[in-house]
Design a binder for this molecule. Structure first.
Ligand code: ADP
Ligand code: MG
Length: 291
């Protein structure tokens, strides 16, 4: 493509709310074979709601929710917000929290009202040696519905299986179909549970699922995908910045964090994935000199 056609393509993209920050991204994008998308906040709204709380024998659901919400009030994870919102709606009062710690990719723990409370993924319970009993299957079943299962433990005993559900953004299904129409393989990368990720992927027709990835593992997961051909990655979060820099073309959702936007080659003004399709389309047209 000539410098003029790249300028025209970049300008046309900008009119459609797609900002190419580098000319070579416009050239590179149409060479991509795989597009990998972050799940939370990219494919989904990133604003989950609490849907389930199933207690173990000997535990009362309001008590568990109150203790768990007090702990989550210290965390900034979207899951934490879903839980604190649910407790507030039920009018449950917060309690005193000490010795809080956040275990990235696992969950959170603290002392609440003098009790040791843990909330997080099954791998957190495994790591702490907590037997999940029959609630393990309860959580797996919630995962198969596309909800994210979490577990709460109180004083070393499993207390509840909890689930949150994060709605898929309205334009996500059409965007995935359009990317397939362009001949791309579509992958999803997430720190979320394997079963949950699989359920959402099959609902959306996503080809490749990489789940239970710790934040520091996203780059390695992308390097693996890159073996299939040139790779574009779409993300929104702080922990997506290294992945955005690693991909051949990093695409940030404009409604995402500043750190992600700074690390990206392409920025979408809208929060919907329609912009990803437009970006591919403009790249192809520019390189083939189609008007
Ligand atoms: P993602 O942003 O893709 O969900 P994270 O690494 O932030 O990935 O989280 C991975 C998993 O760790 C979550 O799905 C959840 O199971 C657990 N987790 C993280 N933070 C919390 C929290 N504040 N409360 C409960 N679980 C959490
Ligand atoms: Mg995200």
């Amino acid at each position: 493509a000539t410098p003029t056609s790249i300028m025209v393509g970049t300008g046309r993209a900008a009119e459609m709310g797609v900002l190419f920050r580098k000319g070579d991204a416009l050239q590179m994008l149409q060479e991509a074979k795989v597009v990998a998308l972050d799940k939370t906040g990219t494919l989904t709204q990133g604003r989950p709601e609490l849907t389930d709380l199933i207690t173990a024998e000997g535990f009362d659901s309001d008590t568990v929710l109150r203790l768990v919400a007090a702990l989550e009030a210290q965390s900034e994870h979207p899951i934490a917000e879903a839980i604190t919102r649910a407790a507030a709606q039920k009018g449950l009062k917060s309690s005193e929290v000490t010795a809080f710690s956040s275990l990235t990719g696992y969950g959170v723990e603290a002392n609440v009202d003098g009790r040791r409370v843990l909330v997080g993924a099954d791998r957190l319970m495994a790591r702490e040696g907590i037997d999940m009993g029959g609630l393990a299957e309860t959580g797996d079943a919630l995962g198969r519905k596309g909800r994210t299962p979490l577990y709460a433990a109180i004083d070393g005993k499993i207390a509840a299986a909890i689930a949150v559900s994060d709605p898929i953004k309205p334009a996500t299904p059409q965007a995935i179909a359009a990317l397939h129409g362009l001949g791309l393989s579509v992958a999803m990368i997430t720190g979320d549970n394997q079963g949950t990720a699989q359920a959402i992927a099959s609902e959306l027709g996503i080809d490749i699922v990489v789940a239970e990835v710790l934040p520091e593992g996203k780059v390695a997961a992308l390097e693996e995908l890159r073996k299939r051909g040139k790779l574009a990655f779409v993300g929104d979060g702080i922990n997506d910045a290294p992945a955005l820099a690693t991909a051949d073309v990093g695409i940030a959702i404009g409604t995402g964090t500043d750190v992600a936007i700074e690390a990206a080659d392409v920025v979408l003004m809208s929060g919907e994935l329609t912009g990803v399709v437009n970006a591919f389309d403009i790249s192809t047209r520019t390189m083939r000199n189609i008007r």
